[in-house]
Design a protein around this ligand. Sequence first.
Ligand SMILES: Nc1nc2c(ncn2[C@@H]2O[C@H](COP(=O)(O)OP(=O)(O)O)[C@@H](O)[C@H]2O)c(=O)[nH]1
Ligand SMILES: [Mg+2]
Length: 235
Amino acid sequence: MVLKNERWKGREEDMAVATERIPRVGIGGPVGSGKSMLIERMVPMLAERGYSVSIISNDVISKEDADRMRANLATERGLLPENLVIGLATGGCPHTAVREDPSMNMAVIEEMEEQHPELDLIIIESGGDNITTTFSPLLADYFIYIIDVAGGDKYPRKGGLGIRSCDLLIINKIDLAPMVGADLDVMREDAQTIRGEKPFLFINCKTDYGMTDVTDRIVSDLLFGAGPKSIQHDR
Ligand SMILES: Nc1nc2c(ncn2[C@@H]2O[C@H](COP(=O)(O)OP(=O)(O)O)[C@@H](O)[C@H]2O)c(=O)[nH]1
Ligand SMILES: [Mg+2]
């Protein structure tokens, strides 16, 4: 095997791990549905189970979400290094950067894979978009689409590409259902009809309701039950 560069001299074992693709979860959904908050709730749970994660947060213009996640998860709580929370201001249509032309994200990921072979998981947040958002399979191995009940209980049956094709559909902000008159039974039935056997979960990011199930899904369906690399290496 050819060494990628000088950095790997004497670290061949690390390189072997690095050349394996680090699993990536893509998170898409409309503006304000709770993509960033989902990540803020998910990372502590994954960290508690010993997984090392990094975050790439796409936004059209601002890097506000990335800055908030870095302050909360890295600076204040020390759950990951600050330089592993990256904000990308993509410009243009949000889905372009994760679907048609994922080169900006791929460049960041390639650097992460080279410099941080210890990572178990890379989380990629899409810029807030419409119901046609999906991720290029080049970029994400597992695709979560998140909507919230405040968008109305008709949302699941609209059945956009994201809702229909994602690996896991999340319906967030169930605490708001009574206030906006959203019927969760209708949403459940419609989600089942549209998605068939594919999973969906109701959650509330404010209270962590449903978050353990989300974390379990990622571990079982994306990581195939593999434990953290750090623990595997200690054995
Ligand atoms: N009531 C309620 N608010 C939520 C919930 N999840 C997120 N939010 C709020 O919704 C807003 C948008 O969340 P954010 O994660 O920034 O959405 P994003 O644009 O999809 O990244 C923020 O003000 C969050 O505090 C929830 O489960 N319940
Ligand atoms: Mg966000």
